[in-house]
Design a protein around this ligand. Structure first.
Ligand SMILES: [Zn+2]
Length: 250
Protein backbone atom coordinates (compact mmCIF):
# COMPACT_ATOMS: atom_id res chain seq x y z
CA UNK A 1 0.00 0.00 0.00
CA UNK A 2 1.29 3.44 -0.96
CA UNK A 3 0.49 6.27 1.40
CA UNK A 4 1.94 9.02 -0.69
CA UNK A 5 -1.34 10.07 -2.25
CA UNK A 6 -2.97 10.97 1.02
CA UNK A 7 -0.01 12.89 2.35
CA UNK A 8 0.61 15.60 -0.20
CA UNK A 9 4.24 15.84 -1.11
CA UNK A 10 5.59 12.40 -0.29
CA UNK A 11 8.97 13.67 0.80
CA UNK A 12 7.86 16.79 2.63
CA UNK A 13 9.11 17.44 6.14
CA UNK A 14 6.42 15.08 7.38
CA UNK A 15 8.54 12.17 6.28
CA UNK A 16 11.63 13.28 8.16
CA UNK A 17 9.68 14.35 11.21
CA UNK A 18 10.99 12.20 14.04
CA UNK A 19 7.50 12.19 15.61
CA UNK A 20 6.10 10.52 12.52
CA UNK A 21 8.85 7.97 12.83
CA UNK A 22 7.77 7.23 16.39
CA UNK A 23 4.13 6.85 15.44
CA UNK A 24 4.46 4.92 12.21
CA UNK A 25 7.89 3.40 12.55
CA UNK A 26 10.28 3.75 9.67
CA UNK A 27 8.97 4.60 6.22
CA UNK A 28 10.36 5.23 2.77
CA UNK A 29 11.65 8.78 2.20
CA UNK A 30 10.64 8.58 -1.44
CA UNK A 31 7.06 7.30 -1.30
CA UNK A 32 6.25 7.04 2.44
CA UNK A 33 5.72 3.28 2.20
CA UNK A 34 5.98 1.93 5.76
CA UNK A 35 9.01 -0.23 6.31
CA UNK A 36 12.48 0.50 5.11
CA UNK A 37 13.86 4.04 4.96
CA UNK A 38 14.17 3.63 1.21
CA UNK A 39 11.92 1.02 -0.38
CA UNK A 40 13.10 -1.25 -3.18
CA UNK A 41 11.26 0.71 -5.88
CA UNK A 42 12.56 4.11 -4.76
CA UNK A 43 16.06 2.70 -4.37
CA UNK A 44 15.89 1.31 -7.90
CA UNK A 45 14.66 4.69 -9.15
CA UNK A 46 17.76 6.54 -7.91
CA UNK A 47 20.06 7.86 -10.65
CA UNK A 48 22.72 5.46 -11.88
CA UNK A 49 24.55 7.93 -14.12
CA UNK A 50 26.17 11.23 -13.25
CA UNK A 51 26.26 14.50 -15.17
CA UNK A 52 28.54 17.53 -15.43
CA UNK A 53 27.36 20.65 -13.73
CA UNK A 54 28.55 24.19 -12.95
CA UNK A 55 27.28 26.61 -10.33
CA UNK A 56 25.96 29.87 -11.78
CA UNK A 57 27.82 32.10 -11.25
CA UNK A 58 30.80 29.78 -11.10
CA UNK A 59 33.81 30.55 -8.88
CA UNK A 60 36.80 31.35 -11.05
CA UNK A 61 38.95 28.35 -11.83
CA UNK A 62 36.62 25.77 -10.27
CA UNK A 63 37.51 22.27 -11.43
CA UNK A 64 35.15 19.91 -13.24
CA UNK A 65 32.08 19.06 -11.16
CA UNK A 66 30.15 15.80 -11.46
CA UNK A 67 26.82 15.25 -9.69
CA UNK A 68 24.42 12.33 -9.57
CA UNK A 69 21.18 14.15 -8.87
CA UNK A 70 19.54 17.51 -8.67
CA UNK A 71 19.17 18.55 -5.04
CA UNK A 72 15.52 18.02 -4.21
CA UNK A 73 12.92 15.31 -3.74
CA UNK A 74 13.99 12.02 -2.21
CA UNK A 75 17.70 12.69 -2.67
CA UNK A 76 17.46 15.85 -0.57
CA UNK A 77 15.48 13.97 2.08
CA UNK A 78 18.17 11.28 2.08
CA UNK A 79 21.04 13.76 2.46
CA UNK A 80 19.30 15.62 5.29
CA UNK A 81 18.03 12.45 6.97
CA UNK A 82 21.47 10.91 7.00
CA UNK A 83 23.33 14.06 7.97
CA UNK A 84 21.04 15.61 10.55
CA UNK A 85 18.93 12.70 11.80
CA UNK A 86 21.50 9.91 11.66
CA UNK A 87 19.37 7.73 9.42
CA UNK A 88 22.28 5.42 8.83
CA UNK A 89 20.40 3.07 6.52
CA UNK A 90 20.70 5.82 3.90
CA UNK A 91 24.46 5.72 3.93
CA UNK A 92 24.80 2.98 1.36
CA UNK A 93 22.47 4.44 -1.29
CA UNK A 94 24.07 7.87 -0.79
CA UNK A 95 27.49 6.27 -1.21
CA UNK A 96 26.34 4.66 -4.45
CA UNK A 97 25.28 8.07 -5.79
CA UNK A 98 28.58 9.64 -4.82
CA UNK A 99 30.53 6.77 -6.37
CA UNK A 100 28.66 7.34 -9.64
CA UNK A 101 29.84 10.96 -9.68
CA UNK A 102 33.45 10.00 -8.94
CA UNK A 103 33.27 7.42 -11.70
CA UNK A 104 32.33 10.08 -14.26
CA UNK A 105 35.37 12.15 -13.28
CA UNK A 106 37.82 9.31 -13.79
CA UNK A 107 36.03 7.35 -16.50
CA UNK A 108 38.44 8.16 -19.33
CA UNK A 109 41.47 7.10 -17.31
CA UNK A 110 40.53 3.88 -15.55
CA UNK A 111 42.86 1.86 -13.40
CA UNK A 112 44.59 4.86 -11.85
CA UNK A 113 44.03 4.85 -8.08
CA UNK A 114 41.61 7.48 -6.83
CA UNK A 115 42.19 9.47 -3.66
CA UNK A 116 38.79 10.52 -2.40
CA UNK A 117 39.12 13.71 -0.33
CA UNK A 118 36.05 14.75 1.67
CA UNK A 119 35.46 18.41 2.39
CA UNK A 120 36.02 18.47 6.15
CA UNK A 121 33.28 19.55 8.50
CA UNK A 122 34.05 21.67 11.52
CA UNK A 123 34.83 19.48 14.55
CA UNK A 124 31.94 21.19 16.37
CA UNK A 125 29.45 20.06 13.67
CA UNK A 126 30.65 16.46 13.87
CA UNK A 127 30.27 16.60 17.66
CA UNK A 128 26.77 18.06 17.44
CA UNK A 129 25.66 15.47 14.89
CA UNK A 130 27.39 12.62 16.64
CA UNK A 131 28.94 11.46 13.39
CA UNK A 132 30.86 12.68 10.36
CA UNK A 133 28.28 12.01 7.65
CA UNK A 134 30.31 12.99 4.59
CA UNK A 135 33.34 10.99 5.66
CA UNK A 136 31.16 7.92 6.18
CA UNK A 137 29.48 8.32 2.79
CA UNK A 138 32.86 8.89 1.13
CA UNK A 139 34.13 5.62 2.60
CA UNK A 140 31.07 3.84 1.27
CA UNK A 141 31.68 5.40 -2.14
CA UNK A 142 35.30 4.23 -2.15
CA UNK A 143 34.10 0.71 -1.32
CA UNK A 144 31.57 0.85 -4.16
CA UNK A 145 34.30 2.04 -6.56
CA UNK A 146 36.63 -0.78 -5.53
CA UNK A 147 33.86 -3.31 -6.05
CA UNK A 148 33.45 -1.87 -9.56
CA UNK A 149 37.17 -2.31 -10.22
CA UNK A 150 38.45 1.23 -9.53
CA UNK A 151 41.09 1.33 -6.79
CA UNK A 152 39.90 4.07 -4.45
CA UNK A 153 40.47 5.14 -0.89
CA UNK A 154 39.42 8.00 1.31
CA UNK A 155 42.12 10.30 2.64
CA UNK A 156 41.61 13.22 4.95
CA UNK A 157 43.85 15.64 3.09
CA UNK A 158 41.94 18.70 4.24
CA UNK A 159 41.28 20.13 7.66
CA UNK A 160 39.36 23.14 8.83
CA UNK A 161 41.97 25.86 9.22
CA UNK A 162 39.91 28.48 10.94
CA UNK A 163 36.33 29.15 11.98
CA UNK A 164 33.95 30.49 9.39
CA UNK A 165 30.63 32.22 9.86
CA UNK A 166 27.36 30.51 8.98
CA UNK A 167 27.13 30.40 5.19
CA UNK A 168 23.37 30.51 4.90
CA UNK A 169 22.01 33.76 3.57
CA UNK A 170 25.32 34.78 2.03
CA UNK A 171 25.60 35.38 -1.69
CA UNK A 172 28.38 33.73 -3.64
CA UNK A 173 30.85 36.63 -3.31
CA UNK A 174 30.27 36.86 0.44
CA UNK A 175 30.62 33.09 0.77
CA UNK A 176 33.93 33.12 -1.06
CA UNK A 177 35.20 35.90 1.20
CA UNK A 178 33.95 34.11 4.30
CA UNK A 179 35.71 30.92 3.23
CA UNK A 180 39.07 32.23 1.99
CA UNK A 181 41.76 30.37 3.92
CA UNK A 182 39.17 28.34 5.84
CA UNK A 183 40.63 24.98 4.80
CA UNK A 184 44.18 23.75 4.93
CA UNK A 185 45.86 20.83 3.21
CA UNK A 186 47.82 18.15 5.09
CA UNK A 187 51.13 17.72 3.33
CA UNK A 188 52.21 14.65 5.32
CA UNK A 189 48.92 12.89 4.67
CA UNK A 190 49.31 13.57 0.95
CA UNK A 191 52.81 12.11 0.91
CA UNK A 192 51.64 9.03 2.77
CA UNK A 193 48.62 8.55 0.54
CA UNK A 194 50.18 9.18 -2.87
CA UNK A 195 53.74 7.96 -2.19
CA UNK A 196 54.93 9.10 -5.58
CA UNK A 197 52.45 7.06 -7.64
CA UNK A 198 50.13 8.71 -10.12
CA UNK A 199 46.73 9.13 -8.53
CA UNK A 200 43.51 10.95 -9.31
CA UNK A 201 42.63 13.33 -6.50
CA UNK A 202 38.91 13.95 -6.26
CA UNK A 203 37.20 16.28 -3.79
CA UNK A 204 33.85 15.00 -2.59
CA UNK A 205 30.98 16.85 -0.94
CA UNK A 206 27.32 16.09 -0.42
CA UNK A 207 25.79 19.10 -2.18
CA UNK A 208 27.20 21.85 -4.38
CA UNK A 209 25.39 25.18 -4.32
CA UNK A 210 27.56 28.20 -5.07
CA UNK A 211 30.75 26.18 -5.41
CA UNK A 212 32.52 28.40 -2.86
CA UNK A 213 33.31 25.53 -0.49
CA UNK A 214 34.54 23.28 -3.29
CA UNK A 215 36.67 26.13 -4.65
CA UNK A 216 38.24 26.68 -1.23
CA UNK A 217 38.94 22.94 -0.91
CA UNK A 218 40.52 23.02 -4.36
CA UNK A 219 42.66 26.03 -3.41
CA UNK A 220 43.93 24.28 -0.29
CA UNK A 221 44.85 21.14 -2.25
CA UNK A 222 46.50 23.13 -5.03
CA UNK A 223 48.61 24.81 -2.41
CA UNK A 224 50.01 21.33 -1.70
CA UNK A 225 50.83 20.96 -5.38
CA UNK A 226 47.90 18.65 -6.11
CA UNK A 227 46.51 18.68 -9.61
CA UNK A 228 42.86 18.08 -8.98
CA UNK A 229 40.89 15.65 -11.14
CA UNK A 230 37.61 17.25 -10.17
CA UNK A 231 34.83 17.59 -7.66
CA UNK A 232 32.21 14.88 -7.14
CA UNK A 233 28.98 15.57 -5.29
CA UNK A 234 25.83 13.63 -4.55
CA UNK A 235 23.59 16.45 -5.68
CA UNK A 236 23.73 19.89 -7.26
CA UNK A 237 21.37 22.67 -6.28
CA UNK A 238 19.40 23.19 -9.42
CA UNK A 239 18.30 26.75 -8.73
CA UNK A 240 21.81 28.03 -9.15
CA UNK A 241 23.37 25.50 -11.45
CA UNK A 242 23.15 24.95 -15.13
CA UNK A 243 23.00 21.36 -16.29
CA UNK A 244 25.32 20.53 -19.10
CA UNK A 245 25.34 17.35 -21.08
CA UNK A 246 28.52 15.35 -20.69
CA UNK A 247 29.22 15.91 -24.37
CA UNK A 248 28.94 19.68 -24.04
CA UNK A 249 31.38 20.13 -21.21
CA UNK A 250 35.03 20.94 -21.64
ZN1 LIG B 1 9.64 4.23 -1.70
Amino acid sequence: MRWAGSMGSPWSDFVVDPLADLVFGSQCLGCALPGRMLCGDCSAALPTTAFWTRPTPCPEGLGAVAASAAYGGPVQAMVVGHKEHRQLALRRPLARLLATSVQLLVADDPGVPVLVVPVPSAPSSARRRGHDPLYAVARGAARALRRAGTPARVTRLLVVGRRVHDQSGLDSAARAQNLAGALAGRRRALKAAASGRPVHVVIVDDVITTGATAREAQRALEELGVRLRGIAVIAATQRRTALLSSAGFD
